[in-house]
Design a protein around this ligand. Sequence first.
Ligand SMILES: NCc1[nH]cc(CCC(=O)O)c1CC(=O)O
Length: 309
Amino acid sequence: MKAIPVIRLGTRRSPLAMAQAHETRARLCAAHGWDESAVELVPVVAGGDKVQDRPLADVGGKALWTRELDAWLDEGRIDAAVHSLKDVETIRPEWITLAAILPRADRRDVLLGASSLRSIPQGATLGTSAPRRAAQMKNLRPDIETVLFRGNVATRMAKLQAGEADVTLLAAAGLERLGQESVGTPLPLETWLPAPSQGAIGIECRTKDSVTRGHLDALNDAPTRREVEAERALLEALGGSCHSPVGVLVENADEGLHMRAALFSADGAERVDGTIELTPGDVEAIRAFAADLLARATPGITPLFTGAS
Ligand SMILES: NCc1[nH]cc(CCC(=O)O)c1CC(=O)O
């Protein structure tokens, strides 16, 4: 009998991260006919989990969710790491490979505390720590003030319940993975743009580890990868990060990809929109599109991109 490998799969410890790790294990076992013991889940505490009282953009930003898992991967303590791709920097070290992107879940944001953007009472407060969510809301509803909401999904829902804000926004994908798919109102993609990579789970391993790469390759969803790579290429071309007030949506169309994006000023007063049809992998076209958005951006928007933030 062929020996069954054991893949040590690193994950953050939050309930959402653990749910994503369990999903990854289930998909690996299904794809290869392994039983559960072939994939060992290894929970690791990430830097971003230790800071709960400040916007992440103020904490020093970069690599907040990836640093510890990268170190464990580098030291050979894990073979692969599961991430919400939305939280992973666009530029990764050469020695790490994004070996699989799982089929994308619902990429919409969900509004909790009101049944639509219009029905939020005048002067209500939005609890969020995401610059994109804060700016996009203020763009549509300048009367709304934001208050800082950090912590995992359950913590943020508890803060809403406790009245620390009137409404909040959470990713549909995260709610679904936590069995909370029926709470709140998903916002239509026509009027509300999600973050780059939202709803996509990525699994990384060491570039040199061809055995693990081979195992993970079976999980990769090509249509999701085309979308997500284009979204991440735009974020990179803009000089943005997961803390940048940018919304983007790439969809597979009959021929190629359709991309829609918006940049916001931090206070939401200013906004620049664009759309483009793309051939998958055409990073040059994405760079030109990013340059066009930045050229049309106002002084309120520009400093938040091109690395100046
Ligand atoms: N920033 C935290 C984070 N990172 C990924 C998700 C949700 C899952 C996903 O988008 O794949 C969330 C929670 C949220 O934004 O509500």
